[in-house]
Write a protein that binds this ligand. Structure first.
Ligand code: NAP
Length: 484
């Protein structure tokens, strides 16, 4: 058992879509790991709810199977799974029908934290919200958790927000972006605002540029139908990459409190300039001799949806005027990696002469794999041969620095679900943030559509299309290598 884990208050958590992929792969295994870590109180109750006809025992068997398949993980002693399953129940409910709601209500207890996880398509959010209120399951203290995609443009996001707002106050709504639950993302705030070292340099005067890369090796898999209507811009940039951009660029909030942090993030999004279309590269992975390409995967030989996007953007405020931010994300790339790199400017004058070469400090924040940070510093190359300089990383890999305790670091879903129970919205997106992000993204996508732009093909296993490399080369810069 982990000693520093503080149990949360007893709760009733209803997972609508409890039989679905997300619940089986992420939510339920995550809850199990929190149980193993001793964070889940005796009075915790987790109820799966979906249309499938099943009883408690059937659902428990399904949950047990999911946990065995998708990772019970650390510190789970024999017999723990059986103990966890005692906290699990199931009620058959159709979000669009009226059956089952009284049964579900009868399972809920009056004096417990009450949370409803909408792990279903967004088309059902309104139906669920309406019935939760209509049948008296939710009150003004209840919490609802919603998943991406949160709209597909500004209009649909506004409509979803308005639907939820009819039934719940903003303080009750937890919009999950699991990137915000990652340990390194929170560490980014700790590093920025807990040290004096970085913040004085964290501005256009000292930072040459910032790169944010989220690279995947997987293809669109079974999500082809959904993905082809979305693309990398909607699926990744509008949410995950923009959230990372906000955290790296925001002003220090006065307190580490939900609205103080989210106000600052919102200001960053609102300060983003529109993106010049010459500053965007789009791509689609090609077929190779072993595997089909993007268009085969989505079943549309003329698809114009991007599986890769790279862009340069600017934040027009005092801190960042003149410092470009380069974002890129894509599927079927060389390695699976998520990284933010803050590339500092050259020293103003080199006392070591031209032979010393070109050196820069780079703070690289790795989100996956091997969460951690490295700071490249320039030192003298050891040994004879004069003053030859070399860049070496100061490695702050959590696994090494923190030893075995790093194994206790909860994954993003675990942390975020516990934050819901604790009632802490800091790591969840507020409605206005989501809308502002769409307001910035929409014109980019509309521009592609208007111009009938076709993404450029790129090789599977590469670092994206040539255009993305050119985006940097034109500015005399280069992307960091995509490596695991
Ligand atoms: P899924 O595998 O298709 O599961 C959907 C779930 O919703 C099932 O449990 C289904 O069960 C239930 N459901 C469907 N219609 C219903 C209705 N009318 N009333 C009650 N329950 C209903 O989808 P998923 O992949 O778990 O995704 C769920 C949500 O999370 C989606 O919005 C998705 O975009 C989002 N998301 C998923 C992932 C992921 O990794 N899977 C990641 C990020 C976001 P029954 O058929 O038994 O009703």
């Amino acid at each position: 058992m982990v000693s520093r884990v503080i149990p949360v208050d007893p709760f009733d958590l209803v997972i609508f879509g409890g039989t679905g992929d997300l619940a089986r792969r992420k939510i339920l295994p995550g809850l199990f790991r929190r149980f193993c870590s001793g964070q889940m109180p005796d009075g915790a109750q987790i109820i799966g709810a979906a249309r499938s006809d099943m009883d408690d025992a059937g659902f428990r068997a399904m949950v047990g199977e999911a946990i065995r398949e998708f990772g019970g993980g650390r510190h789970c002693e024999d017999g723990t799974l059986d103990a966890f399953l005692e906290h699990i129940g199931y009620v058959t409910v159709d979000a669009r029908g009226d059956g089952g709601w009284h049964d579900l209500k009868a399972r809920l207890r009056d004096d417990k934290v009450r949370a409803f996880y909408f792990s279903v398509g967004p088309g059902l959010f309104g139906d669920l919200a309406e019935r939760l209120r209509g049948f008296g399951l939710a009150d003004d203290e209840s919490r609802v958790v919603v998943e991406k995609p949160f709209g597909k443009d500004l209009a649909t996001a506004k409509a979803l927000n308005a639907t939820l707002a009819q039934h719940f106050d903003e303080t009750q709504i937890y919009r999950i972006d699991h990137y915000l639950g990652k340990e390194t993302v929170q560490n980014l705030m700790a590093v920025r605002f807990g040290n004096v070292l970085f913040e004085p340099l964290w501005n256009a005067q000292y930072v040459d540029h910032i790169q944010i890369t989220v690279a995947e090796t997987v293809d669109v898999g079974g999500r082809g139908g959904y993905y082809d209507k979305s693309g990398a811009m909607r699926d990744m940039v509008q949410n995950h990459l923009m959230q990372l951009l906000c955290l790296i660029a925001m002003e220090p909030p006065a307190r580490f409190e939900p609205d103080a942090v989210r106000d600052e993030k919102l200001k960053v999004i609102r300060a983003l300039d529109p993106v010049d279309y010459h500053h965007i590269a789009r791509g689609q992975y090609d077929a190779d001799e072993h595997q089909p390409g993007y268009r085969e995967h989505v079943g549309d030989p003329r698809s114009k949806t991007e599986s890769f996007v790279a862009l340069k953007c600017h934040i027009s405020n005092w801190r960042w005027a003149g410092t470009p931010f380069y974002l890129r994300t894509g599927k079927k790339l060389r390695a699976r990696t998520s990284e933010i790199a803050v590339v500092f400017k050259d020293a103003p004058h080199s006392i070591f002469g031209a032979d010393a070469g070109h050196h820069r400090n780079v703070l690289a924040i790795r989100l996956q794999p091997n969460e951690g940070m490295t700071l490249d510093v320039t030192i003298k190359e050891p040994g004879p041969g004069g003053m030859r300089l070399v860049d070496v990383p100061l490695d702050m890999s959590f696994a090494e620095a923190l030893g075995p305790e790093v194994e206790e670091v909860p994954d993003a879903y675990e942390r975020l679900i516990m934050d819901v129970i604790r009632g802490n919205q800091t790591l969840f997106m507020r409605g206005d943030e989501v809308e502002a992000a769409w307001a910035w993204t929409d014109p980019i996508i509309e521009g592609w559509q208007k111009r009938g732009e076709v993404p450029k093909p790129y090789d599977a296993g590469s670092s994206g299309p040539e255009d993305a490399l050119m985006l940097m080369h034109r500015d005399g810069r280069k992307w960091r290598e995509i490596k695991a």
